[in-house]
Design a protein around this ligand. Structure first.
Ligand code: URA
Length: 241
């Protein structure tokens, strides 16, 4: 998504459009360190804009979807390991965009990021029943008893999981593949649910979060900015709960 530089400046601070144009023409505005004198230049969310040497932040609420690769931590920062924030341009980190919940280090797939704390909180609230769909590869043969156990709520050491949907895609004595839908997101929840049934998870991938699916064209490590329609769908998902 791109926007004119003068529009961005006037939207992100207390200045009118004509004040923004004057500031740009006077050479005080830099994009990614280079002075820009054209008010119509298009910039995107990945560009760093400064006015008289000060960063200009777009304070508006921002929503992104990242294809989390394996081996990357879902954390705001870590002194050793690579985090999902390291995959985002610095301009987004400055806008305090944070992950909505967590995926384990080895889990891949759809991760939402936003600076809209209220929506993030609602999306993670188990009472709102926002379903998340995963594709799991597990050891051993899954069967209808596992399907029934997930539907009834798998008992774990510290809590009983809410009823979940398990669809077996393939199963043999060595390995099975399945789709799982859960509406809560406790620590290692899907792995623990399979573990409680005697099936260790060897791969886990999140395909959907509520109404949003991982776009086909996105590659691991890539992100997109959500459209207004997609944000509205997320809002509806928490309201319909
Ligand atoms: N459940 C898990 O066990 N791990 C994840 O990363 C997500 C859901």
């Amino acid at each position: 998504m791109s926007v004119r530089l003068d529009k961005f400046l006037s939207q992100s601070g207390e200045r009118t459009r004509s004040e923004a144009v004057r500031a740009i023409r006077s050479g005080q505005v830099c994009v990614n360190g280079q002075p820009v004198r054209d008010p119509g230049q298009k910039i995107s969310e990945n560009d760093a804009v400064t006015l008289a040497g000060q960063a200009v932040a777009d304070d508006a609420l921002q929503y992104y979807l990242l294809y989390k690769p394996a081996g990357v931590l879902t954390a705001a920062r870590d002194s050793h390991a690579q985090t999902v924030m390291d995959l985002l341009p610095q301009a987004l980190r400055r806008r305090k965009v944070l992950p909505v919940g967590r995926l384990d280090k080895d889990t891949t797939g759809l991760l939402l990021l936003t600076n809209d704390g209220a929506l993030a909180h609602a999306l993670l609230d188990p009472k709102r029943h926002v379903w998340k769909r995963y594709l799991a590869t597990v050891e051993g043969r899954l069967d209808q008893e596992d399907v029934a156990a997930f539907a009834g709520g798998v008992a774990l050491k510290d809590f009983t999981a809410k009823p979940a949907v398990l669809r077996i895609l393939s199963a043999n004595g060595q390995e099975s593949r399945a789709e799982v839908e859960v509406r809560e997101g406790k620590f290692h929840q899907v792995r623990r649910m399979f573990g409680a049934r005697g099936h260790e998870v060897t791969a886990l991938h999140r395909a959907c979060f509520g109404p949003l699916s991982l776009p086909q064209h996105l590659k691991p490590g890539e992100h997109i900015r959500l459209t207004q329609e997609q944000v509205d769908l997320l809002r509806q998902a928490v309201q319909n709960a």
